[in-house]
Design a protein around this ligand. Structure first.
Ligand SMILES: Nc1ncnc2c1ncn2[C@@H]1O[C@H](COP(=O)(O)OP(=O)(O)OP(=O)(O)O)[C@@H](O)[C@H]1O
Length: 306
C-alpha cells in the first residue's frame, strides 16, 4: 500500500497560552477528499499552516509526501497547492500575469497557465483584464488556478467556495473530483456543511483544537447513533390503522401520513412492517441524520467529554 500523502501524529500547537491544536492525529490518502470542519477558532487554519510548514508544531510530527513540511524542500512545495481563506493579489496585474508570477515563484514555469485559467472558468477576455476589475468569485477562481499550478499531489483549500455562485461551486467540485481521480489528496476546510455531505470522502471535525470525529458519513452516523426519521403516506385507512396498532410510536401528522423516529436497528424492522403489503404504501421518505445533525452531536459530545 502506498504511504499516505499526509501523516499527522499527535500534534499540538500553542501560541503563548492559547492551545490552538491539541493531540491531533490523522492521515490523508491519495485520491481522497477530506473535509475539515469546525467552529471559528477551532484550529482549522492552524492545522493547514502546520501542513504547509509555515509554522512548526509545539509537539508531535507531520509528514507531507514523506518529508517534514517545515524543512522547505522545493520538491514538496512544487507538488503542494494552497488556497488561503482570503486571497489577495496585485490589483494592477492581469489574471494571466498573476498566474505567470506564481508559476515563477513555485518554479513550475512552462505550466499551461491559459488552460488552467479556462479550467477554473476564467476565459481569455477575463484573463487579460487587471485583477482590480475582478468580482469576488473571479478572484476566488484565480486563487484556485494558482493552487492548481504544478499538478499538485496535495491540495489544501481554506474556505474555497466562499464567494462562489452555485454554478461555480458545482464546477469547482467537478474539478476537484477530476483531480482526485488522478490521485491528488485534498483537504478542504469549510463551514458549508450541506455541500460537503455528499462530496467529501471523509469528515474531520475539530472542536477547540481537538479532533472530535474522523470518518465517512456512514461511520459518523454509526458512531453518533442518532435516530432516523421515517415518513410514510398510506394508500388506505386500513393500512393506517394497521401501522398505528404497532409499536414504533407512529404519529399521524396529516390524515393518511404517519411519522416515526427510530434507531438505526429499529429502522429495518419498521420498514419490513411498512412494506408487508406493498400496495398499502403511496410514498415513503427516510430522513437520515444530516452532517449538520452529526456536527452538532459531535461538538456537544466533545464538550461533555472535556
Ligand atoms: N498567530 C497567532 N497568535 C495567537 N493566537 C493565534 C494565532 N493564530 C491563531 N491563533 C488562535 O488559535 C486558535 C485557532 O485559530 P485558527 O485560525 O486555527 O482557527 P480556525 O478554525 O481556522 O478559525 P476560522 O474558522 O475562524 O478561520 C484561535 O483561538 C486563534 O485565536
Amino acid at each position: 500500500m502506498t504511504e499516505p500523502t499526509v501523516v499527522v501524529s499527535k500534534i499540538a500547537k500553542h501560541y503563548g497560552n492559547v492551545q490552538a491544536v491539541r493531540d491531533v492525529s490523522f492521515a490523508l490518502n491519495e485520491g481522497e477528499m477530506v473535509a475539515l470542519v469546525g467552529h471559528n477558532g477551532a484550529g482549522k487554519t492552524t492545522l493547514i499552516k502546520l501542513m504547509l510548514g509555515l509554522i512548526r508544531p509545539s509537539s508531535g510530527s507531520i509528514r507531507v509526501m514523506g518529508e517534514d513540511p517545515a524543512s522547505g524542500a522545493v520538491a514538496v512545495r512544487q507538488r503542494l497547492g494552497y488556497l488561503p481563506e482570503s486571497v489577495s493579489f496585485h490589483n494592477a496585474l492581469t489574471g494571466r500575469e498573476t498566474l505567470a508570477f506564481y508559476a515563477k515563484l513555485k518554479q513550475v514555469q512552462g505550466s499551461d497557465t491559459v488552460g488552467l485559467l479556462e479550467r477554473v472558468g476564467l476565459n481569455a477576455e477575463a484573463a487579460g483584464r487587471p485583477v482590480r476589475t475582478y468580482s469576488k468569485g473571479m478572484r476566488q477562481r484565480l486563487g484556485l488556478a494558482q493552487a492548481l499550478l504544478g499538478q499538485p499531489r496535495l491540495l489544501l483549500l481554506d474556505e474555497p467556495t466562499s464567494g462562489l455562485d452555485p454554478a461555480s461551486r458545482r464546477r469547482f467540485y467537478d474539478l476537484l473530483a477530476e483531480l482526485k481521480s488522478k490521485g491528488a489528496a485534498i483537504l478542504l476546510s469549510s463551514h458549508a456543511l450541506t455541500e460537503l455531505e455528499d462530496r467529501a470522502d471523509r469528515l474531520l471535525i475539530v472542536n477547540e483544537g481537538v479532533a472530535v470525529a474522523d470518518g465517512t458519513m456512514d461511520d459518523l452516523r454509526g458512531l453518533a447513533r442518532l435516530p432516523t426519521h421515517v415518513r410514510v403516506t398510506l394508500a388506505n385507512s386500513r393500512a393506517v390503522e394497521r401501522l398505528k396498532s404497532e409499536s414504533f410510536g407512529w404519529k399521524e401528522t396529516v390524515p393518511g401520513t404517519l411519522e416515526a423516529i427510530v434507531s438505526n436497528e429499529e429502522k429495518i424492522e419498521l420498514l419490513r412492517h411498512v412494506t408487508v403489503v406493498p400496495g398499502d404504501v403511496a410514498a415513503l421518505h427516510i430522513i437520515e441524520p444530516t452532517l449538520d445533525d452529526l456536527y452538532a452531536h459531535f461538538l456537544s459530545a466533545g464538550k461533555r467529554a472535556a
